[in-house]
Design a protein. Structure first.
Lengths: 156, 537
């Protein structure tokens, strides 16, 4: 069977976007993980695995339920502080889901070239261009040489 | 079962660094060698560092842990009872594909541990015996480095100048100098100038995700092209299931599954195991017969025993300045053997190496791993925590000598199998008390070092689980058939036409990255084989 690329309904996607904006919040110049679209990566990462899909669908449901229990409101309508409280409660109740959520979020977010560029790196893969490195100063090796051999002699 | 009609003079199992070196050496003398490799030829143009998602692939199909990759050419490893996860790669080139290419030799004292320190075992070969093969291997692989290292006897000229230290290396060199401790630029199996038809390194960084430039001396780009040009044969997608035995008690060949999954039998006059210290005992233990009910070549009862994997702790300093840790070869900048040789006043026997390592990119900085010991917190504290570490950390790995202990072992798992139903290995490994003391001593020294380097915060990870790069000791070399599996020439005591040339034959662990010594041993065994050729089956 071909690996699926989608796993969520539109409603789940919206909720995920809201959640990801709290996992990695925006910071002035840099968008939060949700606004940046890291949810797309998260969805594609879990879609290929039925157990992961199930874990995430259940986990998102837990977040939605906890949001309602907190304030009879949708997660999106909560203040940032209340959203974080809800997420901390789910993190504590569903640690496996939450760890996977954070892990996939970080992978999706920090492999996005817009983020890579914002971190001051060149927005490209390491190969084929590579990087420049200065040869470096090896003059202090003279002090090592002066101290003489440190290996243990072995009689043959 | 299909039988391959032509009997091979020599059949090598595994196309990694040791199998490649051994095959090349025999092919130079015109010996007919067939190598069977369960993986495929790597496609350097498709290595992850060519693509934007390279850090994503480190978490999946290019992870060094076969349990994470789970590819069809891999076999799973039950590591539930191991303090270290064994790592490996299955392809032509073997684990050199994801290796860091830090290329030190064992010290002369590493071969005489029992005599010098009263623990472990002596090897039946010495540093002096292996020196010509170290030199030959260095030439074949191409080593960037600098002669004059005071931690070793004088070495032959290095083929190339050392890898640049970079900001990170210079920072640490100054700290070693301040403390008056030994340091030296790494011997690295990475080109710093064009060498042997391969390009110089472009300092792209993540060597462990495959060198798309061919600057890293993986066995597929060094030994194999020469061996094949000499007429050696290499079959990929060929997964060996067992070694077969004739009525005379000698190895008669192997049974393997070909790339289409068909079971085939290949006859050979000699069989050479080059599957690493997990794969070799696994296959020999799976080659049971009436004549060898406990597994092949296991008369000593030590096959699979004495597994050594080099416990590793990591100390990381956080610096105010940017250190460009993602530029340049991950494992190769500089090292120190200040605490390598035994000094009993330290409270343990043997010693450890300090290896300065560079760091990964932003994904790994966020997730934690080598250098960054925990994943960054989510939420309001995330940005500050991430920014503090990304491109601001330098790590020192403390690599402890690992003494042989029979309880540390590889055996066949009663249930787990690979995709072809071949029993998978189960690994039982506990970090010894002596190694623990070494790691703790090393953590204290590396912390001093980071403070001398000007780190504003120092973190220590007491032992990292995902560090089973160095797989050693499970078919140990020795003169006495009662206490070793192979002799000084790699030949199994119990089966004289069966050889082991991988890290399984290490009698003790040393505290250095072993590939240089594994390959020198393979060349030494090949040399002895050629001298004795014709006297065998």
């Amino acid at each position: 069977m071909k690996a699926r690329k989608t796993a969520f309904t539109d409603g789940q996607r919206e909720l995920l976007t809201q959640v990801l904006d709290r996992i990695v919040p925006s910071d002035g110049g840099l968008l939060g993980a949700g606004e940046l679209g890291a949810g797309e990566y998260v969805e594609s990462a879990v879609a290929g695995s039925p157990p992961q899909t199930r874990l995430f669908i259940d986990g998102l449901a837990q977040i939605a339920i906890a949001g309602h229990e907190s304030q009879s409101a949708g997660f999106a309508d909560l203040s940032d502080e209340r959203k974080d409280e809800v997420l901390r409660a789910v993190e504590s109740a569903e640690p496996e889901f939450f760890e996977e959520l954070v892990r996939h979020t970080y992978i999706g977010y920090y492999s996005d070239l817009r983020v890579v560029a914002a971190l001051g790196l060149e927005a490209r893969p390491p190969h084929p261009l590579g990087y420049e490195m200065e040869p470096g100063d090896l003059s202090a090796l003279e002090n090592v040489r002066k101290r003489g051999p440190i290996y243990r002699e072995v009689k043959t | 079962m299909a039988k391959d009609s032509k009997t091979a003079d020599v059949l090598v199992v595994g196309a990694g660094p040791s199998g490649a070196a051994f095959t090349w050496s025999l092919s130079e003398a015109g010996v007919d060698v067939l190598c069977l490799e369960q993986g495929d030829w790597p496609d350097a143009g498709a290595y992850p560092p060519m693509f934007d998602d390279h850090e994503v692939r480190r978490q999946g199909d290019f992870n060094p842990d076969p349990n994470v990759r789970g590819l069809s050419q891999d076999y799973p490893i039950n590591n539930a009872e191991s303090s270290i996860n064994p790592l490996m790669h299955n392809a032509v080139g073997g684990s050199s594909i994801h290796w860091g290419a830090h290329f030190p030799r064992l010290h002369p004292s590493d071969f005489k541990v029992k005599t010098l320190d009263g623990v472990g075992a002596d090897w039946p070969v010495s540093y002096v015996d292996l020196e010509p093969f170290f030199d030959l291997n260095d030439k074949m692989m191409g080593v960037a480095g600098l002669v004059g290292d005071t931690a070793y006897p004088p070495k032959s000229p290095r083929q190339m100048p050392p890898i640049p230290l970079g900001v990170l290396g210079e920072t640490m060199a100054a700290a070693f100098d301040r403390l008056g401790w030994h340091w030296w630029p790494s011997d690295s199996a990475i080109n710093t100038i064009d060498y042997d038809g391969r390009k110089a390194c472009n300092f792209a960084g993540p060597c462990e995700l495959g060198c798309a430039r061919g600057a890293k001396a993986t066995a597929d780009v060094t030994y194999w092209p020469r061996a094949l040009a000499n007429g050696a044969r290499l079959a990929t997608g060929a997964r060996v299931r067992e070694i077969t035995i004739g009525h005379d008690g000698l190895a008669s060949g192997v049974v393997y599954l070909d790339a289409d999954g068909a079971v085939r039998e290949q006859k050979a006059r000699a069989v050479v195991m080059a599957c690493n210290a997990i794969g070799t005992p696994r296959l020999l233990l799976n080659s049971r017969s009436l004549m060898f009910p406990d597994g092949l070549a296991n008369g000593s009862g030590l096959l699979g025993r004495n597994l050594m994997m080099h416990p590793v702790a990591i100390v990381t300093g956080v610096f105010d300045k940017e250190v460009d840790g993602y530029k340049g070869p991950l494992a190769c900048s500089l090292f120190s053997h200040q605490f390598y040789e035994t000094d009993l006043t330290r409270g343990f026997v043997r010693g450890y190496g300090l290896q300065v390592v560079r760091t990964f990119g932003p994904v790994s900085a966020a997730l934690g791993g080598i250098g960054v010991h925990a994943r960054a917190p989510w939420g309001a504290r995330h940005r500050a925590a991430f920014s503090e570490v990304f491109n601001h950390v330098i790590s020192v790995a403390i690599i402890a000598d690992d003494l042989p202990e029979t309880a540390n072992r590889v055996e066949l798992d009663p249930e787990l199998t690979d995709g072809d139903g071949i029993p998978a290995p189960r690994v039982v490994y506990k970090t010894s008390g002596n190694s623990r003391k070494m790691l703790d001593h090393g953590i204290a020294r590396a912390t001093e070092l980071m403070e001398a380097a000007g780190a504003r915060r120092v973190m220590a990870n007491r032992q990292i689980k995902a560090t089973g790069w160095h797989l050693l000791g499970t078919a140990r070399m020795g003169a006495d058939p009662g206490s070793s599996v192979v002799d000084a020439e790699g030949r199994c005591h119990d089966v004289p036409n069966l050889y082991v040339v991988d890290g399984s034959i290490f009698a003790t662990g040393s505290a250095v990255n072993p590939t240089s010594t594994i390959q020198a041993l393979a060349l030494h065994i090949a040399d002895a084989f050629k001298r004795g050729a014709g006297n065998r089956k």
